[in-house]
Write a protein that binds this ligand. Structure first.
Ligand code: NAD
Length: 307
């Protein structure tokens, strides 16, 4: 049996550490040639480094193929060049995993506009820039052949974006925006056959270790593959490999939580209760009663009504 991703070329952003490193190793294991993109920053986005080379070495030592790239995902020119480089050096780009991320946690009253902008830049603009660059290539290819292309984008959201998390208004907004990007782009690319999904991963990484009481980071290659550790940040990587594979061509616009031993298909923003005023405008003064009985009713558990 051939490998799941034989002959495919994949870009994984921010794959020098943590969750992205796990994805890169997994994609390479299944036969993809992987571009290890990583700017090599601190958790809050400062500095640069060559950690991507380390991951390339691990993949090559395991008999796989990879090249490193040190571009900044938030830089338009660098992302366009990176996608061009994939085509000129590796002949194609089939899979883009948008994973690079930083955090600058603070309660909103202590958060600077720079903390907001930089987090949005890396997560949202970064995911959008790689997506646009590759979407342009796939669209060109589809026009030339008059048919469908092989294209997979896998974005990275988070519990903070899906449910909220204290101290992360910037990060939560960015991770929720990534779901909007995923769903909208999946509609735009459907006609050319490319899919766009998001995963909500987890595990102990440099990033999660910044939160009080969290475990020390684990790098995916620094633990035995056959030992199960629920905090291993690479436990969601098989889901990424499958979503990237030919088998998942029918899955698009979806959010999959891939964390620990569990896989969950998530769906949000479905109506919980609908009340009609039968062709008439509502009156605000009467809504208290309507909300108490017909909208929220007994379904208050889980509602955050202050506090
Ligand atoms: N760790 C968790 O529990 C968790 C939970 C949910 C979602 N996530 C998401 O998973 C992704 C990976 O996070 P992680 O925990 O592995 O963090 P990490 O800090 O270990 O890895 C993030 C990587 O992104 C790189 N990076 C940062 N800015 C970059 C830029 N501008 N260009 C290119 N690379 C850049 C960093 O150098 C780093 O190697 C992030 O998108 C994060 O939001 C993490």
């Amino acid at each position: 049996m051939g490998k799941l991703l034989e002959g495919k070329v994949a870009l994984v952003t921010g794959s020098g550490h943590g969750i992205g490193r796990g994805h890169a190793l997994e994609l390479a294991k299944h036969g993809a040639t992987v571009i290890i993109n990583d700017l090599g920053t601190s958790i809050s986005g400062e500095g640069t480094g060559k950690v991507a080379d380390e991951v390339v070495q691990i993949i090559q030592d395991r008999g796989g193929e990879a090249i490193s790239d040190f571009s900044d995902v938030g830089d338009e020119e660098q992302m366009d060049l990176l996608v061009e480089r994939a085509y000129s050096q590796l002949g194609r780009l089939d899979i883009v995993v948008n994973n690079a991320g930083i955090v600058r946690d603070r309660a909103i009253w202590n958060m600077s506009a720079d903390d907001f902008d930089l987090v949005m830049r890396v997560h949202v603009r970064g995911s959008w820039l790689t997506s646009r660059a590759v979407a342009r290539k796939w669209r060109e290819e589809s026009k030339e052949t008059g048919g469908k292309v092989y294209g997979r984008i896998i974005n990275t959201t988070s519990g903070a974006g899906l449910l909220g998390h204290f101290g992360q208004t910037n990060y939560g907004a960015a991770k929720a925006a990534i779901v909007g990007l995923t769903q909208t782009l999946s509609l735009e690319l459907a006609s050319i056959g490319a899919t766009v999904n998001a995963i909500s991963p987890g595990g102990s990484t440099r990033m999660s270790a910044t939160m009080p009481g969290r475990a020390a980071p684990i790098e995916p290659d620094q633990r035995p593959e056959d030992e199960f550790d629920p905090k291993d940040p690479s436990l969601g990587s098989p889901v990424v490999a499958w979503l990237a594979s030919p088998e998942a061509g029918h899955v698009s616009g979806q959010v999959i939580k891939a964390l620990g031993e569990n896989i969950q298909w998530l769906q949000g923003w479905t109506p919980k209760a609908t009340v009609s005023n039968s062709g008439k405008r509502w009156e605000a003064e009467k809504l208290g009663g309507i909300f108490a009985t017909d909208v929220f009713g007994t379904r208050t558990p889980g509602l955050r009504l202050g506090g």
